[in-house]
Design a protein around this ligand. Structure first.
Ligand SMILES: [Zn+2]
Length: 115
């Protein structure tokens, strides 16, 4: 239930933003979700709908922007970008699998739309 905890944080943040700006309703939340974050984008909206019920964020639309995974090779130092989850991750420069993930594991709120 990884997504549920995260969506609770998102809801709290959205409600706080609305309150700070005197908003009466949260209409839209844009999220950037890292490919390697383990968050399944398909589940995010349905989790949110459940927890946002009876709040001013009820019915808000979630827009998910995918953040690709960026790896740096430990052998040649080359950078490889993956936009889809692979069965494996290989350096496109030298074929090594000794990669370090430098981006695409996070999760952030890009914007909150309020009325
Ligand atoms: Zn390499």
């Amino acid at each position: 239930m990884h997504e549920l905890g995260i969506m609770t944080d998102v809801l709290d943040t959205a409600l706080r933003v609305a309150e700070e700006h005197g908003g009466k309703k949260v209409t839209k939340i844009t999220l950037k979700v890292g490919l390697m974050s383990g968050i399944v984008a398909d589940y995010v909206q349905s989790f949110f709908d459940v927890i946002a019920k009876d709040t001013i964020a009820s019915g808000a639309e979630l827009v998910i922007e995918s953040d690709p995974a960026v790896f740096v090779c430990r052998k040649c130092g080359g950078q490889t970008v993956y936009k889809k989850l692979g069965p494996e991750y290989i350096c496109e420069h030298c074929g090594s699998q000794a990669l370090r993930l430098t981006s695409g594991y996070g999760f952030q709120i890009v914007s909150v739309g309020i009325l």
